[in-house]
Design a protein around this ligand. Structure first.
Ligand code: ADP
Ligand code: MG
Length: 214
């Protein structure tokens, strides 16, 4: 962190915090996925983020595109299931959009995150209300854009994004899944939070924590 930007070190701090929080919430994520999936989302995310942090310890990326490319490739390579390619694409697209820079200000961060979400949609075709990670990320990024447009600091804007993602996650509970494994359950998928929306809310929560300097 330096003022209203996230440096490479700040972004690595975010990813490290995400890994720690995923480890903390691993059983809960698995519990969510056992209700409407195959009980592996906690293990998938924990394995992927452990591999990401190990990779970054080794790789010492110097630009944001190198950083997110390493993250995305590692997730694609280490996480099976739907979430590996989707989160992998998210970070690969973030890197491509950020480019060879050494820090991101709010606008650049928002643009990179938006490109990441567009990548998830290009890959998985999720729409609002399908009960997927999209339902946490999309309101989160909309809130981020709105806060930045009204002049909020990076810390306040990412806090707004995290809060909106959390609300989006909670709003997946009554939904009937229309994408992914949970969609095989039809109506029986209603009444449970979506695991990927839960991990995505953690992603934006840890971003807000990092931007706040905590
Ligand atoms: P799998 O379903 O292959 O076991 P995970 O359990 O790791 O993979 O991840 C499941 C999560 O992936 C779901 O909760 C949902 O949020 C997300 N997901 C599945 N399919 C899609 C899709 N087409 N688009 C967006 N997200 C999806
Ligand atoms: Mg699963």
């Amino acid at each position: 962190m330096s003022g209203d930007t996230l440096t490479i070190d700040g972004l690595i701090e975010w990813l490290t915090a995400f890994r720690a929080e995923i480890a903390e919430q691993r059983s809960w994520l698995t519990e969510l996925d056992s209700a409407i999936g195959d009980a592996d989302h906690g293990a998938n995310m924990a394995r992927g983020m452990d591999a990401v942090v190990a990779k970054l310890d080794d790789a010492h990326p110097e630009t944001v595109d190198e950083l997110f490319k390493a993250v995305g490739m590692t997730l694609v390579g280490s996480v099976g299931g739907a979430s590996g390619p989707l989160y992998g694409t998210f970070f690969l697209r973030m890197g491509m959009t950020a480019g060879a820079v050494s820090s991101l200000d709010g606008a650049a961060l928002a643009a990179a995150l938006r490109a990441g979400l567009d990548g998830i949609v290009a890959r998985g075709k999720a729409e609002a209300g399908d009960k997927t990670m999209f339902d946490a990320l999309a309101p989160g990024l909309d809130a981020l854009d709105a806060a930045l447009a009204s002049g909020s600091s990076l810390a306040d804007a990412t806090r707004a994004a995290a809060d909106a993602a959390l609300a989006g996650r909670d709003a997946t509970e009554p939904l009937v899944a229309r994408k992914g494994r949970a969609s095989y359950l039809g109506e029986r998928s209603a009444g449970h939070l979506d695991p990927g929306a839960a991990s995505s809310a953690i992603l934006l929560e840890t971003l807000a924590g990092t931007a706040a300097g905590t």
